[in-house]
Write a protein that binds this ligand. Structure first.
Ligand code: SF4
Ligand code: SF4
Length: 358
């Protein structure tokens, strides 16, 4: 094909961010000298040329209705310089170049019911997954857990009393966009899927369902003369991966869908190696609308961490130092057989090839 006939690529990625940046950010891109933390919820960046830019952070519930979004934007127009951005933990940040605007902006946010905080060594806003809004496998709605839990942790978000930052996450299953953080509250399925054989043949593409299982526990089968599927329940790890491509493999239910709490995860390799989180409480009732049992455990972990960790230790580092037996003692959680990872099937049964097995 001649070069002049070639079609221009269609760019569908992120738009150029510079057009949305505060003019002071744009002017000083790559030229910042240092930053300070004048009070919880506020950061001050100082550029080499002397320019200053204040950032005021307020928590949001992430899934925002249009009225709340308009209210937040109106506050930005009236009290800030009209520039905002959202953090990955669903906080809104207002940028102002004039320090005298900071206090009126905080007051306007608090008068409207928003909480300013989430910086430095606070408990951050919980990052969470999509839940019922647009996913097909949630066992519960992560946003509900977030709302009820943050209602109880509001003072830890507003203040900076923790030994270091605490990232909380929730997710509504344990396999896909599931949470990973200092403390993660994740949905846990506890039984294999229940198959409605009358529907499988019409609804599910069986090879894709078979291929989806991470432990090769699903096989095609004929049931009552109809093509269907069967699950080897000894192999099944109750992950829920088969449910999205095949809704007749129902895995959620009010009784068996539970919550589990994991601790010590860290994505970053800034100061140490990234770490996997580890299970500390399982089978917690999935109890809407306030999830009191899960919240009580998270509060116990936070309180033990606050009282016992050294300055700058993250949750995982603190546990590594004191040892897991002491951690379980301090947070008053039982150590059970479910905490022991004895699964050795990966080599033999992990579905790591692209072959479809029949
Ligand atoms: S965590 Fe799981 S159920 Fe929740 S939105 Fe992500 S993929 Fe869906
Ligand atoms: S995909 Fe997950 S839930 Fe479904 S059969 Fe396999 S292990 Fe069990």
């Amino acid at each position: 094909m001649a070069k002049q006939d070639m079609r221009e690529p269609i760019e569908t990625g992120c738009p150029d961010p510079f057009q949305y940046m505060h003019p002071v950010s744009r002017k000083n891109f790559g030229l910042w000298k240092y930053h300070e933390h004048p009070r919880p919820g506020v950061l001050l960046h100082v550029a080499k040329g002397g320019d200053k830019l204040w950032t005021v952070r307020a928590g949001t519930q992430r899934i925002l209705d249009v009225f709340t979004l308009r209210k937040l934007c109106d506050i930005g127009e009236q009290y800030a310089d009209g520039y905002v951005h959202f953090t990955i933990r669903s906080n809104i940040e207002y940028l102002v170049a004039d320090g005298s605007k900071v206090e009126p902006l905080i007051k306007a946010l608090e008068d409207a019911g928003f909480i300013v905080g989430g910086t430095k060594n606070s408990v951050t806003m919980i990052s969470h997954t999509q839940g019922w809004l647009h996913c097909d496998i949630p066992g519960t709605d992560a946003s509900g857990v977030v709302k009820s839990m943050m209602d109880e942790l509001i003072d830890e978000f507003r203040n900076t009393n923790m030994p270091n930052r605490v990232h909380l996450t929730t997710s509504c299953c344990q396999i896909n966009c599931g949470g990973q953080g200092d403390i993660a509250i994740n949905v846990q399925h506890t039984k294999p899927p229940k198959i409605n054989h009358d529907l499988v043949a019409n609804v599910c593409e069986r090879p894709s369902v078979v291929a989806r299982c991470p432990v090769a526990a699903i096989r095609p089968a004929m049931v009552n003369g109809k093509p269907s599927l069967e699950v080897d329940e000894k192999k099944c790890i109750c992950c829920g991966a088969c449910y999205p491509p095949c809704p007749p493999m129902q895995i959620n239910d009010a009784e068996h869908t539970k919550l589990a709490i994991w601790v010590g995860g860290n994505h970053s390799n800034a100061r140490g190696k990234p770490t996997f989180q580890k299970l500390v409480a399982a089978g917690i009732p999935n109890n809407p609308p306030r999830w009191p049992e899960a919240t009580a455990i998270v509060k116990r972990i936070l309180s033990a961490y606050k009282q016992n960790a050294r300055d700058w230790e993250r949750v995982g580092e603190w546990i590594e130092r004191i040892g897991w037996p002491r951690f379980f003692e301090l947070v008053e959680l039982p150590f059970t057989k479910y905490h022991i990872d004895n699964w050795r099937g990966a080599r033999k049964s992990l579905n790591s090839s692209s072959y479809v097995r029949f």
